[in-house]
Design a protein around this ligand. Structure first.
Ligand code: PLP
Length: 478
């Protein structure tokens, strides 16, 4: 394809994208296809001769859209949001054009340098203490990871390297294997599954600690577990505090966990994957009280801050533990400026990395902090609107304190009734929700996800839930 044709194709795609997004609420949120739907719709082999781009465009509606779940529809309330905005989409076009692989500073200096500055901008926006920021002049700084799962694993590996070095100094006769076999990490039983996975991938034991009645992990629970493990000869080294759990958006008590971790040489990693975006609003920052005690902090602008996937922001007070843990230095990756700017290949698991800071830069400049704050506050307002509707209807109960843009609710009574409700809601196909279960109680999660959502959309979603409940309860009586 040559440039003139590219220009026509890309312009046509921009029109298509804008029409798709602006009219997304009119599409059924969930596809009705069955597995294997796609193969018969396209040829068995790649074409030998080039096709026309207009034929490709035509196939988007025929082949792709019937199998798309529309995450940006105001009718989509499953999981947590994933972000989407025009500035981020345009930035990804430019990133695709530059198409550099910014693993070292020299591999594309702008790619590294914009990332360093954007992570400072973002860190200041959410009120992170100076000790996390590159502009503080110390060793700290931020990095864009692909996902929160990677950030949790990277932090765990940094903590592991740090602890091995400390324990070796105390016990010069112990080898690495002996030390690793004694390492023990902690998280709440409400932590995301990626935390348990980080333990598996990092080759260490992970202890799941019981959250309290408010589903928050408390300092005394961590303290007790650490003391018990120390008595048994284990080496506590890493704990994850979740700010905004996936089940119910509960906030672990970082203000209690942090000091416990600091006292016992336990690295504190904060996973604020979804809720962290809300810290751009000063009124939500009390929920990150104790942040100064953490060693690493992570949240996903790609969830709730209008930066398209993937953009998971992570800050480390002392990145050297991670950098040294991952440092392999072949000659072909060396350069003359080594040491004067971060070589981000040492901060992450893969070598290759895209120019992701561009979309952060575009979004921050083209929305401004105030409009991003408005976005967060609107979503929280919509969750409160749904909560009010739920509370006014005696058939329902709110399962846990409504936090951020998530409402956890259920029909009063046995789990089976709420299970039937969810099946009915998703079966009707107008809105899409997923459930969760905590302490054997099943509930539905209503997450506000779309940036296109308006108050009347929330009424439509509530009416849908209410009508489905009427049908389910009528059938129960039969
Ligand atoms: N941590 C929490 C609290 C989450 O809610 C999620 C996903 O929703 C994750 C981690 C995993 O995020 P990612 O897909 O970026 O790895």
């Amino acid at each position: 394809m040559e440039a003139p044709e590219f220009k026509d194709f890309a312009k046509s795609m921009v029109d298509y994208i804008a029409n798709y997004l602006e009219n997304i609420r009119d599409r059924p949120v969930l596809p009705s296809v069955t597995p294997g739907y796609l193969r018969p719709l396209i040829p068995e082999n790649a074409p030998d001769k080039p096709e026309n781009w207009t034929d490709v465009m035509a196939d988007i509606e025929r082949v792709i859209m019937p199998g798309v779940t529309h995450w940006h529809s105001p009718r989509f309330h499953a999981y947590f949001p994933t972000a989407n905005s025009y500035p981020a989409i345009v930035a990804d076009m430019l990133s695709g054009a530059i198409a550099c692989i910014g693993f070292t500073w020299i591999a594309s200096p702008a790619c590294t340098e914009l990332e360093v500055v954007m992570l400072d901008w973002l860190g200041k926006m959410i009120g992170l203490p100076e000790e996390f920021l590159a502009c503080s002049g110390g060793k700290a700084g931020g990095v864009i990871q692909g996902t929160a799962s990677e950030a949790t694993l990277v932090a765990l590996l940094g903590a592991k390297a740090k602890t091995i070095q400390r324990v070796k100094a105390e016990h010069p006769d112990w080898d690495d294997n002996t030390i690793v076999s004694k390492l023990i990490a902690y998280s709440s039983n409400q932590a995301h599954s990626s935390v348990e996975r980080a333990g598996l991938l990092g080759g260490v034991r992970m202890r799941s600690l019981k959250a309290d009645d408010n589903l928050q992990l408390r300092g005394e629970t961590l303290e007790e577990a650490i003391k018990k493990d120390l008595d048994e000869g284990l080496i506590p080294f890493y704990a994850v505090a979740t700010l905004g759990t996936t089940n119910t958006c509960a906030f672990d008590r970082l203000d209690e966990l942090g000091p416990v971790g600091n006292r016992h040489n336990v690295w504190i990693h904060v996973d604020a994957a979804y809720a962290g975006s809300a810290f751009i609003c000063p009124e939500y920052r009390p929920l990150m009280k104790g942040i100064e005690t953490a060693d690493s902090f992570n949240f996903n602008p790609h969830k709730w801050m209008l930066v398209n996937f993937d953009c998971s922001a992570m800050w480390l007070k002392d990145p050297n533990w991670v950098v040294n843990a991952f440092n392999v230095d072949p000659l072909y990756l060396k350069h003359d400026q080594q040491g004067s700017a971060p070589d981000y290949r040492h901060w992450q698991i893969p070598l290759g990395r895209r120019f992701r800071a561009l979309k952060l830069w575009f979004v921050l400049r083209l929305y401004g902090v105030e409009n991003l704050q408005t976005h967060i506050r609107r979503h929280i307002g919509f969750a409160n609107q749904f909560e009010e509707s739920c509370k006014k209807d005696e058939r329902f109960e709110i399962f846990s304190k409504v936090q951020m843009g998530l409402v956890c609710f259920r029909l009063k009574g046995a789990n089976e009734i709420s299970e039937a409700l969810l099946k009915r809601i998703n079966g009707r196909g107008k809105i899409h929700l997923v459930p969760s279960k905590v302490n054997d109680t099943y509930f539905l999660r209503m997450a506000v996800c779309s940036r296109f959502t308006r108050p009347e959309d929330m009424d439509i979603s509530w009416n849908e839930v209410s009508e489905a409940a009427t049908e389910v309860l009528k059938e129960q009586k039969k």
